[in-house]
Design a protein around this ligand. Sequence first.
Ligand code: SF4
Length: 297
Amino acid sequence: MQDYLNCRLCPRKCGIDRSTRTGFCGQSDRIRIARAGLHFWEEPVISGERGSGTVFFSGCTLRCCFCQNYEISQQNKGRYITEGELAEIFLDLQSQGTHNINLVSPTPFIPSVIKALDAVRSRLKIPVVCNCGGYESVETVRALEGYVDVWLPDLKYFSPELSKKYSQAENYFETAIEAIKQMQKQTGKPQLGDDGTLRRGVIVRHMVLPTHRRDSEKVIEALGQAFRPDEILLSVMSQYTPMFRAAEFSEINRRVSTFEYNFVLDCAEKFGFDGFSQERDSAGGSYVPEFEGDYDS
Ligand code: SF4
């Protein structure tokens, strides 16, 4: 596994020594998190009845102008912890009865996450979920084989113009679809446990953006070409709310209409994907937990 000395953990491939510099993600070689606790607002097969044990990591490999977690992803809010403390957090979440450990945007810290998981491997009895933006390198996904049981990647865009404009990642789609294929290869088809939550598998999340339903259609068509309907679950999300810098782009400075959302749901149905939709009133800040820490780097 790579370390932080010549960081190429994500497709940005900054190639820097993170003990002295930070790269695109803004993170040094010290683990930084902004929240650890129960989360009840994931898909039902992730949150279950007792909640998902989420750890929100600071920093991100994307710069989405509409990010609802922008305080931690782009403004570097958080607190530093050690690998030992991260391992203790995993065990503490498990002791609270959570269905899983849910790593939210852990990519910049994967070497440390692996060490922390190694330290608790014999005591951790619940699945590990990796909840990420989809912009992952195949090598890093491979490094997590045997550590991650459930992948929860976004597949945000098909168009390179849109991914460049809104997330500063022109090669987003071609990178993400290869990463998701590798994730599915590692976990196989979705498998539910006795408690109704996911033990293994991939849930691809697609959040519908206002104005861009035709791009959503292409995303779903591409998923239909890459996977048989029973190989992945698909979560079509309606929660888009113009936050952070979204107002800079008038076409996405509003919520998604019912027509737009239903159009994308119809596409998903056409390809026979099993999965999840959201209530139309589920948008908004209620999904954003309160983050801890400060803005110092
Ligand atoms: S994890 Fe951060 S420093 Fe490493 S390649 Fe990605 S953006 Fe660059």
